[in-house]
Design a protein around this ligand. Structure first.
Ligand code: ZN
Length: 538
């Protein structure tokens, strides 16, 4: 009788298990911002396992929720640490038209909160940001012609018209600034960023890869490819999916030549996190798989990831701590690639189709983007399996030797705010001093003719010149013997292919007013960290 009573009492709770909009609409619609918030608030009201904080307020005034899911109702990183739990961060909808990560995250939050996968909360706290770009999400329309549902979805851009997954160096959006602060605060052992891709026709649903910036700590890279990638994929196989590394054909006309992934810059969230010596995963689900299959694939992927971290988070954290130490000891004076050739990363099997190549007639060429190379590559219905290698621009073709540290002159003080937000150690110099420095003399500046994300991207050529200089008070010192030295070097090194100079943050003094000639880069390099009267900034 008591048992029956328990069941009867539990029934209304089960009946109230809230569904996502995708589930309610039989996977024809995706959640609005209000749907997301209502689901989160109702779950929070019914369980202590869910806490909610906010990452930021978007340009259009929407508060971006961060759902903190744990067995114990943890609210802070200090509580997580005290209980010996590692933290995993999962984010969806950075490109707001790419929606299955949002739906799968909401389902996973609900299922974890309602006790469906208790083993996944045993050793970890999971942070979910299901709707990172709410302003983009709310601009529902038929924006995604390649997606096999839902009919209406949001846009890629945030309320400022920015692509948030290009904003991790310049950090001009409230979303990315809020995220960076949350990363510094919670220090997750793994960062997951969920997307949709309409690239090469294939028969997989989930494609993914770890942090890929060429300056990433070597142990993170090897662990990702040798342990994490195979083990997560083996769990995925048990769940009915067969992921491959994210990428595209190196040569559209010759699929056999290989698989390429070029987006290795620090501007991308997952690569940025790698440069913080933390693991990350870029998830790209295949747009032409139907919406329900994509949501189920993304859900299975979250389950496979959280299964992996529930077993390995401590080991991952150890690798990250060692990477922090190596960053303190090995980055200053090391060789830093500034131009790269393709390098083979790994081999895999792509389940795809035979393709038909058609030359585009001269008169129709204008209709297609130039990267089509004058050819249409059409899928046939004949399945084909390709044995491919993944290549990425990771082999340094030209390198520079990193200094012991950088001195930022007061004219570039605006950079310090970004560095500090990221947790990079900066000292403010209180008394002028003389030092031998290396100044980068710019010989050539190339700027992209059209603005990209609000900036004419710059590339400079030049050389370092050693000189003795009086460094004024109010300058800043950024030593490279610190855990975030990789990120600091990528941001500050004048020749970095994805640094502050690239993004135009040094434009003020880059070109001389009267002569129109290259002028100065207000960041000096020092071969040894000088002893200075300085205060550590916070
Ligand atoms: Zn995307």
């Amino acid at each position: 009788m008591r048992k029956l009573l328990c069941i009867l009492l539990a029934l209304p709770l089960l009946a109230r298990a809230p569904l996502t909009r995708a589930e309610r609409s039989n996977f024809t619609e995706t959640s609005t911002y209000q749907d997301v918030m209502e689901l989160l608030w109702s779950l929070k009201a019914s369980s202590n396992k869910l806490k909610i904080e906010f990452l930021a307020t978007s340009a259009e005034g929407r508060k971006i929720p961060l759902a903190i899911v744990s067995q114990e109702g943890i609210k802070t990183p200090q509580e997580a640490r005290a209980l010996g739990k590692e933290v995993v961060y999962i984010e969806a909808n950075i490109h707001a038209g790419e929606v299955e990560g949002k739906e799968a995250s909401l389902m996973m939050i609900r299922d974890l909160v309602q006790g469906k996968h208790p083993e996944l909360l045993k050793n970890q706290v999971v942070l979910f940001c299901p709707i990172f770009n709410p302003d983009g999400n709310e601009k529902f329309g038929r924006h995604r012609s390649e997606d096999n549902g839902p009919a209406l979805a949001g846009v890629r851009y945030n309320g400022q018209g920015l692509d948030l997954n290009r904003d991790f160096i310049k950090q001009e959006s409230p979303e990315v600034r809020g995220l960076v602060k949350a990363l510094v605060k919670w220090d997750p052992v793994l960062f997951v960023d969920m997307h949709t891709t309409d690239g090469v026709y294939n028969r997989h649903v989930v494609t993914w890869q770890p942090q890929m910036a060429p300056w990433t700590d070597r142990a993170l890279i090897s662990y990702s490819w040798e342990i994490m990638f195979p083990e997560i994929n083996s769990t995925m196989q048990k769940l009915g999916f067969r992921p491959i590394p994210y990428g595209n054909f190196l040569d559209r006309k010759n699929p056999e030549k290989g698989w390429g992934f070029w987006a290795v810059g620090a501007r991308y969230g997952t690569n940025y996190v790698g440069l913080r010596n933390r693991f990350s995963i870029l998830d790209e689900n295949y747009a032409r798989a139907d919406f329900k299959t994509r949501v189920m694939g993304a859900y299975a992927f979250l389950k496979a990831i959280l299964t992996f971290t529930s077993h390995h988070a401590r080991q991952m954290r150890e690798i990250e701590r060692e990477a922090d130490l190596r960053a303190m000891e090995e980055v200053a004076g090391s060789s830093f690639g500034v131009e790269f050739d393709l390098k083979k990363v790994m081999d895999f099997e792509l389940l795809s189709y035979r393709f038909k190549i058609e030359k585009i007639p001269q008169e129709e060429l204008k209709k297609y983007p130039s990267w089509f190379g004058g050819y249409l590559v059409k899928k046939t219905e004949l399945p084909a399996t390709y044995h491919l290698s993944l290549y990425s621009p990771l082999k340094p073709k030209r390198s520079v030797k990193l200094p012991a540290g950088y001195i930022i002159l007061p004219s570039a003080a605006h950079l310090v705010k970004i560095l500090l937000r990221n947790g990079i150690a900066v000292e403010k110099i209180l008394r002028p001093f003389r030092a031998q420095v290396e100044e980068f003399k710019v010989e050539e500046i190339k700027a992209s003719p059209l603005p990209f994300q609000g900036h004419h991207l710059k590339k400079v050529k030049g050389a370092y010149r050693v000189k003795t200089e009086k460094i004024p008070a109010g300058s800043f010192l950024v030593p490279l013997n610190q855990p975030l030295s990789r990120l600091a070097a990528v941001m500050l090194e004048p020749q970095s292919p994805d640094g502050f100079l690239t993004w135009g943050l040094l434009d003020a003094t880059l070109v001389h007013e009267w002569s129109g000639k290259p002028w100065m880069v207000p960041i000096y390099r020092v071969a040894t960290v000088p002893r200075v009267v300085a205060v550590v900034l916070k």
